[in-house]
Ligand binder design. Structure first.
Ligand code: HEC
Length: 226
């Protein structure tokens, strides 16, 4: 029992600390990228997520990453190997999998050893991640992006938060609220996208296929919303 506990603690600390992982990945010949930015919303995330500057190759797991601390305006990523094609300001989970991207630059055609990227001001809060990763690409076409908003629900950028949080559903017959802060299980939107509510004429249960996106919505609601 004792042994198991120690092993899992070690695993956790290794995942949570971007610096340790970065040190392991350092290569002598790697390139250096300096990202100049001003990132807000870092402290808004629940545990298990890290707002980072990261390098990605061909898959969704970061090859290299560095946590962005609150107030930092210059992040230097060293030892970037040749497999890295894009540098991103993004959120990764414990598996180092990309959850949402706020800024992205393709460096694959740049051969210099020192690259400087000006990323400007970035809103990296949890809700903006949901907007970027889920609402805008998957929902907005029917919910406000075209001529009308299905069910009177706007999920377009700048409108979605006010349309969801503490707002009564226009479709549920039991007085359900679209998003109840702190209570995903009783939030109508969460029931709709997880397929646990059968009252809608339009089936949403296959809309969000990626499990980490459902997890992101659940974590945002259960954290109490900001
Ligand atoms: C292809 C069009 C389409 C897409 C894409 C779509 N929806 Fe819908 N949505 C609808 C329709 C139509 C309704 C109303 C169904 C009804 O009248 O029974 C609805 C209703 C809803 C409702 C109920 C609103 C209320 O007030 O009761 C929620 C919540 C919702 N959608 C969330 C989402 C989310 C989140 C996404 C993206 C993951 C999404 N929808 C993507 C068409 C769509």
């Amino acid at each position: 029992m004792k042994k198991i506990l120690i092993i899992s603690l070690l695993a956790l600390s290794a995942c949570d600390d971007g610096d340790i992982i970065e040190d392991l990945k350092v290569e002598n010949t790697g390139r250096t990228v300096t990202v100049v930015t001003s990132v807000s919303g870092i402290e808004n995330w629940s545990s298990g997520y890290n707002v980072v500057v990261a390098g990605f190759g061909d898959n969704k797991y970061a090859d290299i990453s560095k946590n962005i601390s609150v107030g930092a305006d210059t992040i230097v990523l060293r030892g970037i190997g040749s497999s890295v094609k894009t540098i991103e300001i993004c959120v990764i989970n414990r598996l180092r999998e990309r959850v949402a991207t706020f800024y992205k630059s393709d460096i694959s055609a740049d051969n210099s050893d020192e690259i400087v990227l000006e990323a400007g001001a970035i809103r990296a809060d949890m809700f903006n991640a949901i907007q970027n990763a889920i609402f805008t690409p998957t929902c907005a076409a029917c919910h406000g992006g075209g001529k009308s908003a299905a069910a009177g629900l706007y999920l377009t950028e700048g409108n979605s938060y006010d349309a969801l949080v503490n707002v009564a559903s226009s479709k549920a017959t039991d007085g359900s609220v679209r998003v109840v802060p702190g209570d995903a299980a009783n939030s109508f939107m969460y029931k709709v996208v997880t397929g646990t509510d059968g009252t809608l004429s339009f089936d949403h249960s296959n809309m969000i296929l990626d499990y980490k996106n459902l997890q992101l919505i659940e974590d945002w609601i259960n954290k109490g919303i900001e």
